[in-house]
Design a protein around this ligand. Structure first.
Ligand SMILES: *Cc1c(COP(=O)(O)O)cnc(C)c1O
Length: 380
């Protein structure tokens, strides 16, 4: 257990590691086991069957608890993907007749989950992340789901104020912390009951692992979420869990570098007349910057903006050399995509979500500006 007062860089390199033992590795390798030697009564056995527990998950779960709520109550549960974690929290907590408040502009699969919740007899109220409409939707609510900053629109909402209001109505509060990562924002410290995330993005950061987790303040909520994982079997493989734990050691290096470069990129894009709707929470001119600077410790690697149409955006993406045209975000290699191609987000045809990697900022800005010139037909 790392000390609550440590800085983030010191915490991430040791988070979740077992106590030092002579001649043992600092981070033990992945444990591949479908079952464990199990003499007698299984009731108090730490490991019985591979769907219920694995020592490699335990290390990663301890690390995530230390990062999401240093020194505070934190019960972590890892999953095979972010959707595994999100579905487990929602579907384990919501009953027929319950009222759930969801973001209308959050991760695109939330709309599909909404249909599922309604099919099970829950009432779902979908409201935008920014603008405070959640307060009016809380009457009778049993669960408030926030996603801040939202993907892909990068709107921000006030976690502490909304959690206080939701708790007055008796609602549980969950925050999707994917975009910020626990180094960017700690929802449990800000009053939320559950911090849920996809570890596929910036947390693991290499674009080679799918992973998810939920860290709950309350044991009973965590038990229900873990039980759901057992029922649906949404368990991470030991190799994925180990790769994720290994990646945490560089989390601070990556997110600091990516956030700094994302800000340089946003500043450069601001100067371009063909760019509209530019959003990045770290940009002082961003409408969410004041709020973001109160609750976030780092602003993330995503910059979103709109080009004058689908064809313009496609020419821009094709002209980029240091940025892959690919979905997802948070990786060491920059990626960008025209979100409209999926059909799930309410965004203009020329809307681009850009994820800034760890390339040199000057190289990346030069590549983006050159691609904008080429897309505009103004290249020499
Ligand atoms: C990607 C993403 C998810 C889903 O995570 P997977 O690991 O792809 O299942 C959920 N929420 C947000 C905000 C995301 O960006």
């Amino acid at each position: 257990m790392t000390e609550p007062r440590l800085g983030d860089g010191s915490r991430v390199v040791r988070a979740g590691l077992p106590p030092e033992e002579p001649y043992a590795p600092a981070l033990p390798g992945p444990v591949f086991a479908a079952h464990y030697h199990l003499p007698g009564d299984p009731a108090h056995a730490p490991y019985t069957y591979g769907r219920d527990g694995n020592p490699t998950w335990t290390g990663l779960e301890r690390a995530l608890a230390e990062l999401e709520h240093p020194g505070g109550p934190a019960h972590p549960v890892v999953f095979a993907s972010g959707m595994g974690a999100i579905s487990a929290v929602l579907l384990s907590q919501v009953r027929a007749g319950d009222v759930v408040v969801l973001p209308s502009d959050g991760y695109q699969l939330l709309a599909r989950l909404r249909e599922q919740l309604e099919a099970y007899g829950a009432e779902v109220r979908a409201v935008p992340t920014g603008g405070g409409e959640q307060y009016d939707a809380l009457e009778g609510a049993t669960l408030l789901w926030l996603e801040t900053p939202s993907n892909p629109g990068l709107d921000v909402c006030d976690i502490r104020a909304l959690a206080d209001a939701a708790h007055r109505h008796g609602a549980l509060v969950a925050v999707d912390n994917t975009l910020a990562t626990p180094l960017g924002q700690r929802p449990l410290e800000l009053g939320a009951d559950v911090s849920v995330a996809s570890g596929t993005k910036a947390l693991t950061g290499h674009g080679d692992v799918l992973l998810g987790y939920a860290v709950c303040k309350d044991t009973a909520v965590a038990d229900a979420v873990r039980h759901w994982r057992k029922l649906v079997g949404a368990i991470p493989g030991p190799m994925e869990a180990w790769l994720a734990h290994r990646s945490l050691a560089t989390l601070q290096l990556r997110v600091d570098r990516q956030a700094a470069t994302a800000l340089s990129v946003a500043r450069a894009l601001r100067e371009r007349p063909e760019v509209s709707g530019l959003r990045h929470p770290g940009l002082p001119q961003d409408p969410a910057h004041a709020l973001a600077s109160r609750q976030m410790r780092r602003y993330g690697c995503v910059v979103s903006f709109t080009l004058p149409g689908q064809a313009h955006a496609e020419r821009f993406l094709a002209a980029l050399r240091l940025v892959d045209d690919a979905t997802s975000f948070g990786g060491v290699r920059s990626t960008a995509e025209r979100r409209g191609r999926w059909g799930g987000d309410a965004v203009p045809a020329g809307f681009v979500r850009l994820s800034v990697g760890v390339e040199d900022a000057d190289d990346l800005v030069a590549d983006l500006l050159r691609a904008l010139d080429e897309a505009d037909g103004t290249a020499p």
